[in-house]
Design a binder for this molecule. Sequence first.
Ligand code: TRP
Length: 340
Amino acid sequence: MENNKKIILTGDRPTGKMHIGHYFGSLQNRVKLQDEYEQYILIADVQALTDNFNNPEKVRNSIKQVCMDYLACGIDSEKTTICVQSMIPEIAELTVFYSNLVTVARLERNPTVKTEISQKKELFGNNGESITYGFLGYPVSQAADITSFGAHIVPAGEDQEPLVEQTREIVRKFNSIYGDTLIEPEIMLSKTPRIKGLDGNAKMGKSLGNAIYLSDSEDEILKKVMAAVTDKTKIKKDDKANPEICMVGYYHNLFNLENKECVFSECREGRRGCVNCKKELAKKINEYLLPIRNKRKYYEEHPEIVDKILIEGTLKARNRAKYTMSKVKKAMHIDYFDEK
Ligand code: TRP
């Protein structure tokens, strides 16, 4: 509003601390984007509650942790507005209005929701009885997130594409019924490949138990690296092995690129024992994370600063959402008692 920069919005469900998958997948990018755009980051606690409604403590405890992770990585509260979803009731209000513009069938066809539903069915082994109205409707709530701040662009991975697409549909429908009011957002697809876990899993995640957290201590990192999956054919220290099928090799490629060639050839020639190779990797990861960890420690020791950033960010974001809300109500002719 106050400048000509385009508005971008990203968000995270606060269900735990952030890991290096988040860092390479999005946090790093957000640090870059904050100079060029007017950036909002939404800590989506209401969305987190759609599948953690029976564990609100987890969500509550994660809000500040996630905020500290942002700040530790270099997200600057002077440039980026960090806000908490549940403290912006206009988002919930918009969700109600938008819910009339979306069919249940369309929600059930949303590929992201579809995948999540089939994962739930696998987990609970029933015919969708665990699928709540709130869960099915979270794309509507995400459309409210995006439009309430007037976001032009949503930087995200492929998994979020169907959610942005559904937002675009809602916006078009709203604008066609009530007049041109909402901004139709575009996705800025993240090009970075997903980071694999040290266990070889294609995805890193808290629920998979294979995450390296930005807040992990040196010892925790060493322990995780020592348990990494290597080329199973290598039994003895001087056996030849294939670093291409070894998770330690994969991580050397990420954190020790300058020595990668040497590490890989020593491994292939049987001149590199796994124990030392892992210790060397842990050292590299620790070096990489040290500045992040130190910055995080500062915020851990100053929780009042984190609170202030969240409160001020939310206040600013809420004002933006109120502005959208007033336009929406006017367009829908439900601005009954406002002065004309
Ligand atoms: N769905 C996103 C995720 O699970 C989180 C999110 C909530 C979000 N609201 C958003 C992302 C708005 C982008 C824009 O990661």
